[in-house]
Design a protein around this ligand. Sequence first.
Ligand SMILES: Cc1cc2nc3c(=O)[nH]c(=O)nc-3n(C[C@H](O)[C@H](O)[C@H](O)COP(=O)(O)O)c2cc1C
Length: 255
Amino acid sequence: MRDFIRPKPIDNEIVLDPSKIIMSKTDYKGVILYANEYFMEICKYDEWELMGQPHNVIRHLDMPKVIFKFMWERLHQGKNIHAVVKNLAKDGSYYWVMTTFETTYDEDGNILAHYARRKAVPKKAKEAFESLYSKILKIEQQNETAAEKFFYGYIENSGKSYDQLFLDILEMTNEEIEAYFKNERTIIIPKKEDVDLDIDFTNIEQKKQPEIKQEKSNEELEKLKADIAKLQEALTKKEEEPKKKKGLFGKFFSK
Ligand SMILES: Cc1cc2nc3c(=O)[nH]c(=O)nc-3n(C[C@H](O)[C@H](O)[C@H](O)COP(=O)(O)O)c2cc1C
C-alpha cells in the first residue's frame, strides 16, 4: 500500500449534481478496483492514487464507526443496504452521498466484487443524518460499545427496521430511490396549483414535494370519475331524446 496522508478536513461542502452517479467497485475487503469519472471529479483524486487503496481513503472522521460496521455486516450477510455517508475529498472538503450497494458472486457463492453507487442526498435528510451521526460520534469518542448500543436503541425505539427508518428519513420509497438512481421521473399527478410550477426532475427536493402524492391524485381521480359519469348520463339522455320522439311517431303510425 502506498503512503497515504489523510487530508485535513475543511468546512467546505462539495455540491453534487443530482443527475450524476458516483460509482466504485471493490474486492471483498473493500480495496478499490474501479471508480468512475464523477468519483474522481468529486473526491479530487486521480485513478493512480485510488486504485488498489482501501476505500477508507475517502473516509470522513465525522462518520461514526458503527455505521460502517453495520454496513459491512449487511454486506457479509449478502444483503444490500442504503446508507447516507459523509466523505472526505483530497482537498479536505466534504460531500454527502446516498449510497446503495450491490455484491456479485461467482458460481461457488464467493464474493467477486462489491459495487457502490452514490447520489446527492436531499437537504432535509442530510440534516437528519448529520444530527444523528454527530450524537453517535460524541458517544463513540467516549465509548465505542455504548455508541453501538445507542445506534441499535435508536432504531429499536423507532419501531421500524433500519431500512424502513432510512426510507422514512429520506421521505422516499424503495421504488423512488430506484427511479432516482436511474434518473427516471416518478409518476406524479400534480395538484392544480402546482401545474404552473416548473418541476425540475434534477432537483430531488422539488420532485419530493409531499403534497404531490397519491392521496391527492386519488381524490382527483374520484372527481374525474364522477364528472365522466355525469357526462355519460347527459350523453345517454341526449341520445334517447330522438329515440323517444321516434317512439312517439312509431306509436302514432302504428295506430
Ligand atoms: C463498495 C464499497 C464502497 C465503499 N464506499 C465508501 C465510501 O464512499 N466512504 C467511506 O468512508 N467508506 C466506504 N466504504 C467502507 C470502507 O471500506 C471502510 O469500511 C470505511 O471507510 C471505514 O473505514 P475503517 O474500516 O478503516 O474504519 C465502502 C466499502 C465498500 C465495500
